[in-house]
Design a protein. Structure first.
Length: 350
């Protein structure tokens, strides 16, 4: 009879068990081959001794420890002092209780030999390196300027700093293959997020657009991915601002928040189940969007700039769908409304 341990040794996958401090508790035969050490050498050692500390593996581990849920990533470059470089791996991480995590590593299939050397993993890491370096300089320069800034300049420099930090976080997550379809969920104030979006947009347009807020102050904190939702609402507001600028008369953009009760979300298993939702509506007074443009506006690589709606709406669609929400678009000449409905979870209702 073959024991469970022997089955793991026979698996064509590297299987590693980590404790709550990310030390290796067990490693099967394939893991020993990949890391170039026997289990007796690997055991009780920190994973960072065998995988370089800047590897996306550690970002993925942060997610597992923070959310206590399975995490997967494909085409990840994993390297270490005794590991062969240039290989891409598929990773799966699963919490198994008491702070322990099972890490499964398998060699990624090569789909395109010509592009395998770079792949998504290489692109993500290059993007992270090339974007984060100048962002650090921008943020540092803003910090220095703040020391002698006037009262009028300080808020603008704060926007530069906060936006730089936000972009840095997004790039870090992209380089660890966190897509918009895989949100983290934390509590935050939706109005504070929207205010950050509006402050940045107001600065980008030098105050040329009249921005109005119509917030419902009774809304509770929501559960969601603040960075992802920030990106989604920033895309909607920016497109609304562009549309308003192209319209007739003074440009106006209005943000409204409200409760929605008895709202049906279109997931198959609960399509008939009514829920409470939080609605965020962005309204502009631009020329409007034609029915034909509306049909394609959320498609990847579909640009409808003539109607004031850009590529970023594909990101909006993905972020909202990942939050199990819905988008409603109403448009006529002189008024376009983008409404995002986010379902309220039980934790939010309590």
């Amino acid at each position: 009879m073959i024991s469970t341990l022997n089955l793991a040794d026979l698996a064509p996958l590297a299987i590693i068990q980590l404790d709550s401090k990310r030390r290796i508790e067990a490693a099967n035969t394939e893991a020993q081959v990949i890391f170039g050490h026997s289990e007796s050498v690997l055991r009780k050692k920190a994973l960072s001794e065998f995988i370089f500390h800047d590897s996306p593996v550690f970002e993925l581990l942060d997610r597992v420890y923070g959310q206590e849920g399975d995490v997967s990533a494909h085409g990840v470059a994993v390297s270490g002092p005794t590991m062969a470089g240039g290989k891409l791996f598929d990773l799966k991480l699963r919490p198994v209780g008491s702070g322990r995590v099972i890490l499964v590593i398998s060699e990624a299939p090569v789909r395109d030999p010509a592009g395998a050397a770079v792949g998504i993993s290489g692109f993500g890491r290059i993007l992270g390196h090339e974007v984060k370096n100048p962002l650090a300089g921008i943020s540092g320069a803003a910090q220095l300027l703040l020391r002698s800034a006037s009262e009028e300049q300080a808020p603008l420099l704060d926007i530069i700093r906060s936006e730089s930090h936000r972009i840095e976080r997004l790039v870090s997550r992209l380089s660890a293959f966190e897509l918009f379809s895989s949100p983290r969920r934390d509590r935050f104030n939706i109005h504070e997020l929207l205010d950050k979006v509006l402050l940045a947009e107001d600065a980008a347009n030098a105050g040329a657009i009249a921005i109005r807020r119509a917030y419902d102050p009774s809304l509770p904190e929501i559960l969601g991915d603040e960075d992802h939702l920030h990106e989604a609402f920033q895309n909607i507001v920016r497109n609304a601002a562009e549309a308003a600028t192209d319209g007739e008369g003074p440009a106006r953009v209005t943000l409204q928040t409200a409760f929605e009760t008895g709202f049906a979300f279109s997931r198959a298993r609960n399509a008939k189940r009514l829920q409470r939702a939080i609605r965020v509506t962005v309204e502009d007074n631009g020329k409007g969007i034609s029915p034909r443009q509306r049909e394609q506006m959320f498609d990847m690589f579909s640009s409808t700039k003539a109607g004031g709606r850009g590529l970023g709406l594909s990101v909006v669609s993905e972020v909202v769908a990942a939050h199990e929400g819905r988008i409603k678009v109403e448009s006529r000449p002189g008024q376009t409304k983008f409404s995002v409905f986010l379902p309220m979870k039980q934790e939010q209702n309590s």
